[in-house]
Design a protein around this ligand. Structure first.
Ligand code: GLP
Length: 267
């Protein structure tokens, strides 16, 4: 796992956009996340697109998760949110932006179909992730299987409380969601997890330095050969080995990209 520490959330977004841009230029299959943390990164990418630096024309995208019971046109569905916040503002084909069907009355079938669609697309090249205050990624809550594929999850009460800020009241937050599983997420070739703010500091420390445990679903990134965690100083504040992570970045070989691969033409 590579941990990149930035002074501010804005600089987290710039670094995340740099990493994603390299994949986008190769026409990647993108794994997209919702939540408030990636929004600044999406704004960076939209700005680069508007400046003529970046085209998403060759890209496809798969969302991490979706609420069960919300129609795609519901303003809080992730289908709607990702378009509103990101994909409607770039040149990706709308039909190439996929999400689990939260409105399917047979959610277990929707989950299977989604898992298959990701495999049929050749898998995700780069998966963007946020993290819940309880260590969830996507909607994989504590105590789920570390080897899960796309499935329906019952939201933790903490997640319902955290996400109620997007709804008129807590009662309106769906109780269930369809989410890529931890094994699905780990099949992506490069994972990029973003976290900002003090509220995420404990979850970030557990994900990077705690034991591999279903109690902190994000710790499953420890099993991934190419995971990059980009955090601001506040989210990094509980990391014991913070100085070592800075040292690693300061000594990064000039030829090495954030995906761990040699940068073409550097040597
Ligand atoms: C939701 C999403 C997650 C996201 C998390 C944190 O529960 N399903 O993908 O990482 O919220 O969101 P935020 O970035 O708003 O803190």
């Amino acid at each position: 796992m590579e941990i990149l520490i930035r002074p501010t959330p804005e600089e987290v977004a710039v670094t995340a956009a740099d990493i994603l841009s390299a994949h986008i230029k190769r026409g990647a299959v993108l794994g997209l996340a919702t939540g408030s943390t990636p929004l600044a990164t999406y704004r960076q990418l939209i700005a680069r697109h508007r400046a003529g630096e970046l085209s998403f024309a060759g890209c496809r995208a798969f969302l991490l998760d979706e609420y069960v019971g919300l129609a795609p046109e519901h303003e809080q569905s992730y289908h709607y949110t990702i378009r509103n916040e990101f994909t409607a503002h770039i040149d990706i084909d709308d039909a190439a932006v996929h999400s689990p069907d939260g409105a399917d009355p047979r959610p277990w079938e929707a989950a299977e179909r989604y898992e298959r669609a990701i495999i049929d697309a050749g898998g995700v090249d780069v998966q963007l992730l946020g993290i819940g205050t309880n260590g969830h990624i996507g909607f994989n809550e504590p105590a789920g299987s570390l080897n899960s594929t796309t499935h329906m999850e019952t939201l933790h009460q903490q997640t319902v409380v955290d996400n109620s800020r997007f709804f008129d009241s807590e009662d309106e937050v769906p109780t269930h969601a369809l989410t890529q599983g931890l094994a699905t997420i780990r099949r992506a070739r490069h994972l990029v997890l973003l976290a900002t703010g003090l509220g995420k500091a404990e979850a970030v420390a557990k994900l990077a330095e705690g034991p591999l445990s279903a109690s902190c679903p994000a710790s499953s990134l420890q099993l991934h050969p190419q995971a990059t965690v980009v955090v601001d100083e506040e989210a990094a504040s509980h990391l014991v080995e913070k100085e070592y992570y800075r040292y690693i970045e300061a000594h990064r070989p000039a030829w090495q990209g954030y995906d761990g691969q040699p940068i073409e033409g550097v040597l």
